[in-house]
Ligand binder design. Structure first.
Ligand code: CTP
Length: 457
């Protein structure tokens, strides 16, 4: 069957990240927790700086107290006056301003807050953070802080993909810095397209609330509150903090000619739910998605592709990653000779469609000699001999875990419930039938435990 791999359909229709936030909102209504919510927003020098004005307004709506530092380059894009007016207090700009030191020193500035947020995080600011440079107020505050830091990168796609930025991001990831975005799309520079657009204010706000909720959850855990949360299955935020998780999702489209393609029925719902659950657990997530009708999950860097070969290239470009989860229903075959022009009926014989096999993305990454993710997870939709076929697939593809999805029963494909078996070389763990959103949340918790065990091994 073409694209027989399982984009396990029927995950919840509402965005899981939205739902997670809904839960967080309920918890954060506790005035004891919301009273202390404050952030220090560091605005870097990029065209996306203008989005910070909208972000500050939204933070205010959510009752989050915002202080701001504007870098010298940032002042080229927004003014201290507009930032300060929206924050409700003056905006800090100068490391050596005596007035600032009299008001509040830069050390106190970076510690009298719950979270530091850098948006836009330019290539320059990221490089300073990665190397510990402190030559202005923003970089000094970042080096002096003892609080968590969330960055929203924004830069030209080539700068984002440059090996220097890749190295710096890998360092920040190791340092436990939280990341939201960047998104892919058209850049301010004419003709430039790709990853590098700063996350939207709503996405940054969602990431801030999750990061702040992580703090709150730590407090709750300290007083033994977490154990009493209903269901008990939610991932404590931060279970995947500092990890880069790569997820594939959706179908692939294999072109026959410029207007026709071969595809499968995958919706992308399960893969997107897993990406959102990993982001909610604090991971930096790259989602490589085939064509789907779903919105990009908030707080996730989504790369859009069409064909299996594009998906493989995007996966390779996204490495290194600590964890990779291959949920996509990749088409097994593509047309050998894609027609450059639309094929026309000429009244004679039907055109032959010769097929060639697509690369196996999961097997390619699982067999990497260097740069292999610590944990490689595959999916398998089976209708019979579910566990036995999954065990064979585990060995053949060289992955660490196969999530075998029993699609034999009625209502599994396209339904809201799912029955999965987790197959590793150590054995099989069978879960009861669960809501698909629950499968995503539990799977992320399971993966976080496996990754932690490997890191400790
Ligand atoms: N997969 C992949 N690249 C492919 C085919 C599959 O990355 N070209 C991944 C899927 O994302 C899934 C796993 O491999 O995680 C298993 O996919 P599946 O279609 O079940 O396996 P196949 O190798 O295609 O085996 P079969 O169709 O014979 O069951």
């Amino acid at each position: 069957m073409l694209g027989s791999s399982p984009e396990h359909d029927g995950a919840p229709h509402d965005s899981p990240s939205r739902a997670m936030l809904g839960n967080r909102r309920l918890r954060l209504r506790n005035p004891a927790l919301s009273a202390s919510r404050s952030i220090l927003l560091i605005i870097g020098g990029g065209i996306a700086a203008y989005k910070c004005l909208e972000l500050i307004r939204r933070l205010k709506d959510r009752g989050i107290v915002t202080r701001a530092i504007l870098t010298k380059a940032g002042e080229e894009f927004v003014t201290p006056l507009s930032v300060g007016t929206l924050c409700g207090e003056r905006c800090f700009t100068d490391l050596f301003s005596l007035t600032d030191e009299a008001d509040i020193g830069h050390i106190a500035l970076s510690r009298s807050t719950d979270l530091l947020v850098v948006a836009p995080a330019t290539a320059d600011l990221i490089a300073k953070m990665a190397t510990g440079l402190a030559n202005d107020l923003a970089s000094t505050a970042l080096l002096a802080t003892d609080k968590r830091v969330l960055i929203a990168p924004a830069m030209n796609p080539r700068m984002w993909q440059h090996p220097a930025t890749r190295r710096n991001m890998a360092q920040l990831e190791k340092d436990g810095v939280l990341v939201v975005g960047p998104n892919s799309g058209a850049m301010a520079e004419r003709g430039e397209n790709g990853p590098g657009r700063m996350a939207e204010p709503a996405e940054i706000l969602a990431a801030i609330e999750l990061a702040l909720a992580g703090e709150a959850t730590a407090q709750q855990r300290a007083i033994g509150f977490l154990g009493r949360l209903p269901g008990g299955a939610a991932n404590p935020p931060g279970a995947l903090a500092g990890r880069h998780v790569l997820v594939t999702s959706g179908p692939t489209h294999e072109a026959i000619d410029p207007v026709r393609y071969i595809a499968n029925r995958s919706s992308g719902k399960q893969g997107h739910a897993i990406a959102a659950a990993a982001a909610a657990a604090g991971a930096r997530v790259t989602l490589v998605s085939g064509p789907v009708a779903l919105p990009d999950p908030a707080g996730v860097e989504t790369v859009h592709v069409e064909s299996a070969r594009e998906m493989l290239a995007a996966v390779e470009a996204a490495l290194p990653a600590t964890i990779a989860v291959f949920t996509a229903a990749v088409a097994d075959w593509r047309v050998a000779d894609e027609a450059p022009e639309k094929m026309k009926k000429d009244g004679s014989a039907l055109p032959p469609l010769a097929l060639v096999e697509n690369p196996d993305i999961l097997a390619t990454i699982a067999h990497l000699q260097s740069g292999r993710p610590d944990l490689v997870v595959g999916f398998a939709a089976e209708t019979e001999n579910v566990v036995a076929y999954a065990q064979a697939k585990l060995a053949r593809k060289g992955c660490d875990l196969i999530v075998a999805n029993d699609v034999g029963g009625t209502g599994v494909m396209g339904g809201d419930a799912n029955t999965v078996h987790l197959v590793t070389s150590d054995g099989v763990e069978s879960w009861p039938t669960l809501a698909k959103r629950e499968v995503a949340t539990r799977l992320v918790a399971h993966i976080a435990r496996l990754a932690a065990a490997r890191a400790g091994a």
